[in-house]
Design a protein around this ligand. Structure first.
Ligand SMILES: C[S@@+](CC[C@H](N)C(=O)[O-])C[C@H]1O[C@@H](n2cnc3c(N)ncnc32)[C@H](O)[C@@H]1O
Length: 254
């Protein structure tokens, strides 16, 4: 059993910088959010597990409406409040199973790389069903255990592939749980995400250790992977972007 990652412990320090969105990725995600927001007018959006506010302003730009970022880790929220503040964005304390908003008050919710951190998933699905209006969409950007991609990370830190298999639920597990809470699957799409413009830039980001999966590695495993990556980055003659297709599961509130 893998220990739960507490973002208030170390992740909050390097997350905003280590995981900053490149413009091309920001554009791809903004487009995907708009494409899959559903037919109704979007007036209130929730960013559940908003962290340091990486996607909260993107949602505000995409829909031009009020966005509420809900985040349980105080220090992640504090970074969002200083670095990702916008006039129509608000950050609140809460969690997926305890959302600080009234019944049927949101037209869209996003959970970006959050679902695998939620300990009480059935309660969270029921809570998301409570706060979303009928017909509203829930967008879940996540790895699915049975659809793991060939990530560069897995090459340098081989055990992270196995850890992801244990951490992330499968597509069927996720769909069944949400079906029981009152959602149906609308789509499962891939969004192109570029993490860095070159391996050298990727190495810089990895030095911040701002990936929760690193917390499950020993220091030796992390250092060994970093040394191999640094050697390859030093030998890089042409910059090769680090990118992958990421799954976005689109659910509709019945
Ligand atoms: C990988 S970060 C993603 C943050 C942000 N969505 C992003 O993509 O940058 C995961 C976030 O989920 C939060 N989290 C953990 N457990 C949660 C829960 N039960 N409900 C909501 N968020 C949770 C963590 O505190 C952390 O900020």
């Amino acid at each position: 059993m893998l220990e739960r990652v507490d973002y208030d412990r170390t992740q909050h320090a390097g997350y905003a910088k280590g995981r900053a969105l490149l413009p091309v990725s920001r554009d791809n995600w903004r487009r995907a959010f708009r494409e899959h927001a559903g037919p109704g007018r979007v007036r209130t959006v929730l960013d559940v597990g908003s962290g340091t506010g990486r996607f909260t302003p993107v949602l505000a730009d995409a829909f031009g409406c009020a966005v509420i970022g809900v985040e349980p880790a105080e220090r992640m929220r504090a970074v969002a409040e200083t670095e990702a503040a916008r006039p129509n964005v608000e950050y609140r304390s809460g969690s997926a199973a305890d959302l600080p908003v009234p019944d049927a008050s949101a037209d869209l919710a996003l959970m970006f790389l959050v679902w695998h951190h939620v300990p009480d998933r059935a309660a969270a699905a029921a809570e998301l069903a409570r706060v979303l209006r009928p017909g509203a969409r829930l967008l879940i950007a996540t790895t699915l255990a049975d659809r793991r991609k060939d990530l560069l990370l897995y090459r340098y830190f081989p055990r992270t592939r196995e850890i992801d298999g244990a951490l992330f639920p499968t597509r069927a597990e996720t769909a069944d749980l949400f079906a029981a809470a009152g959602f149906e699957e609308s789509a499962l799409v891939e969004v192109h995400h570029r993490s860095a413009e070159s391996l050298a830039e990727y190495v810089e980001r990895q030095r911040m250790r701002a990936l929760s999966v690193y917390e499950h590695l020993t220091d030796e495993e992390y250092e060994e992977g970093m040394a191999a990556m640094e050697a390859d980055a030093a030998a890089e003659t042409e910059p090769v972007p680090v990118e992958a297709e990421c799954d976005l599961l689109v659910l509709s509130r019945r």
